[in-house]
Write a protein that binds this ligand. Structure first.
Ligand code: A2P
Length: 336
């Protein structure tokens, strides 16, 4: 039967993209319910040439809903996901609330779509960096066996929500006018600057919460529980696409040409690797794209054994990193 879908957090940065993805992909719908905080009740959002009302979320919001796409932060997911499941909906949750729960599949459809079948009412959509990294890492692992990964991220404002994107715009405009700007959303000046990811730092390990999520989720999605991963997460003044420098050590020597050939046919990956034109993955070109762009594929000269290859990837944080991945999960769910 054609499903009724609810979007929780419909007015947020990811929520609006969920609407766009459902529309662009012609998702079959019997009804669409837009939910947000009471602050947004009475607003409308445009969908398929209609103005749909936004309603305030409460326990009763899920009556008649078959699929609930949650993107309003982990507090809201923890508080309301059970109500949605009780009402008979399957929850696809974009927050970190349930990602490490062994009863909740953590899914990137190109990697472990089969895990969807084991859900018990909730399916978790992974962290945006974990999604954008595993789309190219998975085919490499299948073909060549990965032994170790080192990553550095260049993360956009969108991961911190619509208010952070607005802060990047406003603080940049203020800087260009020569005016002072006091950050409200992020902890440091964002215009013409970059800083270590704003997630809290674990005093023991020195890793921040974002880095720890990416490590744990990448291992879980790829089902390699002890995969050694080192990572540095950085927020850069880009609106909505993340980039990642990846160094991948394989179990045996692998050439950059083999890596390029593997990625050329991989689902969800598009090669952008033109050395003559110095044209490689960029956030500006990843923006609005469903694919993860991959390029700069070259030997890691830091590992003389020939087992390591370096590459650079970029993906739209709001699309493949969040809304698109969630809608792809919902599509697979309906196909079952
Ligand atoms: P609202 O716009 O009414 O505040 P972002 O990630 O861009 O910051 O968006 C967060 C989304 O989550 C928004 O749609 C926001 O709605 C929604 N949201 C935040 N808190 C709640 C809440 N307590 N109940 C329902 N929706 C919420």
């Amino acid at each position: 039967a054609t499903p009724t879908v609810a979007i929780v957090g419909a007015t947020g940065a990811v929520g609006v993209e969920l609407l766009h993805c459902l529309e662009a992909r012609n998702f079959p719908l019997a009804g669409l319910k837009l939910l947000a905080s009471p602050r947004s009740a009475g607003r409308t959002l445009r969908f398929r040439n209609q103005e749909l009302p936004v309603e305030a979320l409460d326990e009763a919001s899920f009556e008649g809903v078959n699929v609930a796409l949650f993107s309003a932060g982990s507090g809201v997911s923890k508080r309301y996901a059970a109500a949605a499941v009780k009402a008979g909906a399957v929850v696809v949750d974009n927050s970190s609330a349930f990602r490490m729960d062994p009863d909740v599949p953590l899914v990137v459809p190109e990697v472990n779509g089969a895990a969807i079948a084991s859900h018990r009412g909730i399916i978790a959509n992974p962290n945006c960096v974990a999604i954008i990294a595993t789309v190219p890492l998975w085919p490499l692992h299948q073909r060549h066996r990965i032994r170790r990964v080192t990553a550095a991220t260049y993360q956009a404002a969108s991961g911190a929500g619509a208010a952070a994107m607005e802060e990047l715009r406003e603080s940049t405009a203020a800087a260009l006018r020569g005016e002072a700007f006091t950050p409200r959303v992020l902890p440091h000046p964002y215009a013409f600057n970059l800083f270590s990811h704003n997630a809290e730092v674990d005093p023991e390990s020195g890793y921040n919460g974002e880095e720890l999520k990416v490590i744990a989720e990448t291992r879980r999605i790829m089902d390699v529980p002890a995969l050694p991963i080192g990572i540095t997460c950085v927020r850069v003044p880009v609106l909505r696409a993340h980039a990642i420098a990846l160094t991948v050590e394989f179990e045996a020597p692998v050439t950059p040409e083999e890596v390029r050939a593997t990625l050329a046919g991989a689902p969800g990956v598009r090669l952008v690797d033109d050395r003559a034109a110095n044209h490689f993955p960029m956030p500006s070109e990843a923006t609005g794209q469903g694919d993860v762009l991959a390029g700069r594929i070259r030997p890691d000269l830091g590992d003389p054994s020939g087992r390591s290859v370096a590459l650079f990837v970029a993906g739209d944080q709001l699309l493949k990193g969040a809304a698109l991945n969630a809608v792809q999960i919902a599509e697979q769910l309906l196909r079952r």
